[in-house]
Ligand binder design. Structure first.
Ligand SMILES: Nc1ncnc2c1ncn2[C@@H]1O[C@H](COP(=O)(O)OP(=O)(O)OP(=O)(O)O)[C@@H](O)[C@H]1O
Ligand SMILES: [Mg+2]
Length: 301
């Protein structure tokens, strides 16, 4: 495969520098020795070592009193949330509750007006760029799959692995047998082993979503954020996605936002209900579903 040019995105465009679904693409060239430092602020312009993630207290993500306003409208209103290491957390809530905005804050796309966001005990997400947050070990799945349609499923995973800045290698180097094994294991995990050589553009909608998840997995994220991952999937694809997520929990922490309640019921452990930018209820699915405030929010409009 030709890795000299950045591969075109699913819709044929080159990655948009202002909104890159893959903050790590294109791989940055090493800065020349005389290059000025990006900032005097100690946490900017620095790679965060994912091995440094401190989850000794068992918490992988900690949001405290986060507020985000858009023209005076509070999309997030003193939102506080803690996700345990290895947890699979479902986040539900009506349209406009702030679910996507919460993910935007975690990934550095939106800066909070107030509050703090920590990845592990020590990594202050509000001080890192989107790319730094991705490299620190937070992977985000977008609603529209952002895969390279003109490359095979295998090559998509290869690209994702080679663009990982933690790995000191060039894009042109041959794959080692260990790397080939990692790609094969990931293809197997996402149910695409039999489609390894198939062009990504020819995969089904669900398979494309799984491929994007596979691309995230190649970067070994500690935390995966998945916004409406089963939207548009067939019932069978939805069931297989549920199995995949359940299998990923433990090894990874997952935050899953979904409106499909049958899907939520099939994966749910702890569920957080967001409403008007804050946590309305939290707990087991049957408990939050029977909470009169939650019923009011879902049915009372
Ligand atoms: N960039 C923005 N500018 C202005 N308002 C915004 C912006 N982003 C989000 N909002 C508003 O903030 C609120 C929360 O939006 P958000 O997308 O986070 O909701 P959501 O819970 O993800 O909803 P849905 O379930 O429909 O995806 C909405 O009222 C939305 O219109
Ligand atoms: Mg949303």
């Amino acid at each position: 495969m030709n890795l000299k040019e950045p591969p075109a995105m699913s819709d044929g465009r080159l990655p948009d520098p202002d909104h890159r679904p893959w903050p790590w693409w294109p791989p940055a060239r090493p800065a020349p020795a005389e290059a000025p430092q990006p900032s005097s602020d100690a946490s900017y312009g620095r790679q965060v070592d994912p091995g440094a993630l401190d989850v000794r207290h068992g918490v992988v993500l900690y949001l405290d009193n986060i507020s985000v306003s858009f023209d005076g409208f509070k999309a997030l209103n003193a939102l506080s949330l803690a996700i345990d290491a290895g947890e699979l957390r479902c986040v539900i809530g009506p349209n406009g509750a702030g679910k996507t905005t919460m993910m935007d804050v975690i990934t550095g796309k939106t800066r909070p007006d107030a509050g703090s966001a920590f990845f592990g005990q020590t990594i202050d997400l509000t001080r890192l760029s989107e790319a730094e947050i991705a490299h620190a070990g937070i992977g985000r799945k977008f609603q529209k799959p952002t895969i390279f349609e003109h490359h095979s499923a295998f090559e998509n995973l290869e690209l994702a692995m080679k663009a990982d800045k933690r790995v000191r290698r060039t894009l042109f180097a041959r794959l080692s047998s260990e790397e080939e094994g990692r790609i094969a294991a990931t293809l197997d995990r996402i149910g695409l082993a039999a489609s390894a050589g198939r062009l990504a553009g020819l995969l089904s909608h669900g398979q494309k979503q799984w491929l994007e998840i596979g691309m995230l997995l190649m970067q070994e994220p500690k935390l995966l954020l998945l916004d409406e991952p089963v939207a548009g999937m067939s019932d069978e694809e939805t069931e297989r996605t549920a199995e995949l997520f359940v299998s990923l929990a433990g090894e990874h922490s997952l935050v899953v936002v979904e409106h499909d309640m049958a899907f939520i019921a099939s994966i749910a452990r702890k569920v957080t209900v967001l409403h008007e930018g804050s946590v309305l209820a939290e707990g087991a699915l049957d408990v939050v579903q029977n909470d009169p405030r939650v019923i009011e929010v879902y049915l009372g409009r």
